[in-house]
Design a protein. Structure first.
Length: 400
């Protein structure tokens, strides 16, 4: 039976110290149908999905078809997690257009139109406001809190049926916020955050999303733009180019709150001779000053901040030069307490005051951090957090 083969597969990856099994989107569909045929319940099916990761992007259309064979809300949640965590990957070959690659002059023409668009039309977008709904998915946390993406936010109930099992990546909460967007870039509020980030076992991202105009300009300056493939975005062919920006050319900043910093507090005094059982040096015959006092360990919380090199992909409409998607992946050091910040921004049309503007419609951010920083204090070695955000109700900002 197919189910028996899947049991054997998962038996090799059941322990937490081993990596999840990488499977294709086709294998994911086979797994779900096999579990369905064997009448496995929602809990069993969801547990199976927690132990895999995808080697290909789970597109929204395929995800919706898989939802139709999910036995319940736990399985649907894990399908949603797989969609978000695979957002930066290439779709299955069957979903890619078969058109031949354009020749070099045509590639340069596409990039030229994109540069004109990003440096002109997009950068000249008016000041806007929008409603942003953010979902947070995270591992090893059971207590819900507000979203880590900056902004005035109110808690929301989130998608129906999402639940909070321990250990694996799962839905934490949904928040809704009114945000300001200038030149297509979401602005970070100036006021200090009210949430005790870090101490509440959650992170907050405190830099705005990467700027399309800046990223394209830096990619051109680094002479790294290379043709990759055609890909379908919203049913239209988009030209995909890769790029890599070294640190000397990069203005990309990572700012993540917060990580523990431990220190000693208390009173310190000294004397010329031993004075009692609390003295620092109790060896017989010791001479000179002796330090003693009442010390305690204190913990404060600080942000991780760093300017970083990065790489990514640009998805460009070949006729207009409009960038319909941008992926950036920060290149962080293995010794950094932040291991991963990958951001995907999808752009599309929105009607604002009777005009159609191309604006951010959705973001997906994949992160991995060392939650205990450099303190070495217990807990999990790393923590993964996925943020998905959708923007709606675009309006011209009142600048009076």
């Amino acid at each position: 039976m197919k189910w028996f083969r899947w049991v054997l597969l998962f038996s090799t990856i059941a322990t937490p110290v081993m990596a999840a099994k990488r499977i294709s989107v086709g294998q994911l569909e086979d797994l779900l149908r096999s579990l369905q045929q064997d009448k496995k319940n929602d809990a069993v099916t969801a547990t199976a999905l927690k132990q895999v990761e995808l080697s290909e992007e789970l597109t929204r259309s395929i995800m919706n078809s898989l939802m139709n064979i999910a036995p319940g809300p736990r399985t649907k949640e894990q399908i949603y997690v797989l969609e978000a965590s695979s957002a930066d990957l290439i779709p299955p070959p069957s979903d890619l257009p078969g058109s031949p690659a354009p020749d070099t002059p045509k590639q340069q023409a596409i990039l030229g139109r994109a540069a004109v668009y990003a440096g002109g039309v997009y950068n000249q977008l008016p000041a806007l406001t929008a409603t942003r709904t953010t979902l947070r998915f995270q591992d090893n946390v059971e207590v819900a809190a507000s979203s880590g993406i900056s902004g005035k936010a109110t808690a929301d109930v989130g998608p129906p049926g999402f639940f909070n099992p321990a250990s694996f990546v799962h839905f934490i909460n949904s928040t809704e916020a009114q945000v300001a967007i200038e030149h297509g870039i979401e602005q970070v509020p100036n006021e200090a955050p009210r949430t005790n980030w870090g101490a509440n076992k959650m992170i907050a991202l405190q830099e705005p999303n990467p700027s399309l105009g800046i990223v394209l300009k830096e990619a051109q300056a680094s002479s790294s733009l290379k043709w990759l493939r055609w890909e379908l975005v919203n049913g239209r062919e988009a030209a995909v180019f890769s790029f890599s920006v070294p640190k000397r050319e990069s203005r990309l900043a990572v700012n993540v709150c917060c990580f523990p910093v431990t220190g000693q507090t208390g009173n310190l005094s000294s004397s010329d001779r031993p004075t009692g059982p609390d003295m620092a040096d109790v060896s017989h015959g010791a001479t000179g000053p002796v330090a003693h006092g009442d010390f305690q360990t204190s913990t404060s919380w600080s942000n991780f901040k760093s300017g970083v090199p990065y790489h990514g992909e640009l998805f460009i409409d070949p006729d207009s030069g409009i960038v319909v998607r941008m992926i950036t992946q920060a290149e962080l050091k293995p010794t950094d307490v932040v291991h991963q910040v990958d951001t995907r921004i999808d752009f599309g049309p929105a009607t604002v005051n009777g005009k159609i503007l191309i604006v951010p419609l959705k973001t997906v951010i994949n992160t991995e951090v060392v939650p205990n920083g450099e303190s070495g204090e217990g807990g999990y070695a790393t923590r993964r957090t996925l943020f998905t955000a959708e923007y709606r109700n675009y309006q011209i900002a009142d600048t009076r």
